[in-house]
Design a protein around this ligand. Structure first.
Ligand code: BEZ
Ligand code: FE
Length: 312
């Protein structure tokens, strides 16, 4: 039964309304406490959060034990965070919240490369590499040559775009997940050439489970969900006059494309990794084992009002 703000028994508002609050009217009472001097955006967010949280508790008829279990769970999530591990991001990811926020903040015209989740394994200032370099730096995995062109929405090549790329190795780990690893592996910063082209050598991307030895992993297991992500490369592309693009390229045929633990897959981001027998690679050097190639072009969204890039 929906009820309004607490009223005194006489039926009139009184300065003692708070003393007559019940499980329904408490929502308005909490929100009434926010001072008029609070920043408007903060007030709006906390008001809506309170409303949804209270509606949720009423809908599931949350018990006191369940509230305590939830508090313990969130405490463990916080205690699992350290400089290498961000369990709250994982929680947001597996609940689909990260992808929802990504989607609603990155609406783009048709034809632009879609955005997807950032993930917790990006590192600022990864080493700069020249076009065509091998960025694996010893990361284990079959060789893979990646190339493509960065364009604007109108098809114009974007020169000197800053591309950051990072990926897991064949064992499913990013360099930062190894204890004592002080070198960047399978991670680099590159620049597109005057024709918008980029290319580098790395290793084949593999599917991997997100870290699941903590409270988020326990939650997934309790829900009967797996922690796997389909094989992908991460890209962060910045270029003057264009919106920054944070995205992945996913490997076609991967077993987990339709059950990504963090809901990041988009059809337009799936590409073919082509397997080649041992022989000369795209850089002309002889490879003694099979290798892969991936071609993927990106289309950046011009910033509104930028005279260099805006569409007319
Ligand atoms: C990743 O792709 O690196 C990632 C994304 C979300 C959670 C964990 C890992
Ligand atoms: Fe990843």
């Amino acid at each position: 039964m929906e009820q309004g703000i607490a009223l005194s028994p006489s039926g009139a508002h009184s300065q003692h309304d708070t003393r007559y609050v019940d499980e329904f009217s408490i929502t308005e009472l909490v929100n009434r406490q926010i001072a008029a001097t609070a920043p408007q955006r903060l007030a709006d967010i906390v008001t809506a959060l309170t409303r949804h949280l209270h509606d949720f508790a009423r809908e599931v008829r949350l018990s006191e034990n369940e509230l305590m279990a939830a508090i313990q769970f969130l405490t463990q999530v916080g205690q699992t965070c350290n400089d290498k591990r961000q369990e709250f991001i994982l929680l947001s990811d597996v609940l689909g919240l990260s992808m929802l926020v990504t989607a609603q903040n990155n609406r783009k015209p048709q034809g632009c490369t879609e955005s997807t989740v950032f993930g917790p394994f990006h590192v600022e200032n990864s080493p700069e590499h020249a076009m065509g370099d091998d960025i694996a730096n010893g990361a284990p995995g079959e060789p893979c040559f990646v190339r493509g062109v960065v364009r604007g929405l109108g098809g114009e090549p974007v020169a000197n775009a800053r591309i950051e790329v990072w990926q897991a190795d064949e064992d499913g780990f990013y360099d930062v997940q190894y204890d004592g690893m002080d070198q960047a592996r399978a991670r680099a910063t590159l620049r597109t050439g005057p024709d918008g082209a980029y290319r580098f050598r790395s290793i084949l991307a593999s599917s991997y489970p997100i870290p699941h030895d903590g409270p988020v992993g326990k939650l997934l297991a309790a829900l009967g969900r797996h922690p796997w992500r389909p094989a992908h490369l991460h890209f962060l592309i910045k270029a003057e006059g264009y919106e920054t693009l944070i995205t992945h390229v996913f490997r076609n045929g991967d077993h987990y494309l339709d059950s990504d633990a963090v809901f990041g897959v988009r059809q337009s981001l799936i590409a073919d990794w082509v397997r080649h027998p041992a022989g000369p690679g795209p850089d002309g050097r002889l490879l003694t084992a099979p290798f892969y190639t991936l071609d993927f072009d990106f289309a950046l969204n011009p910033l509104p009002g930028d005279p260099c890039t805006a569409r007319t």
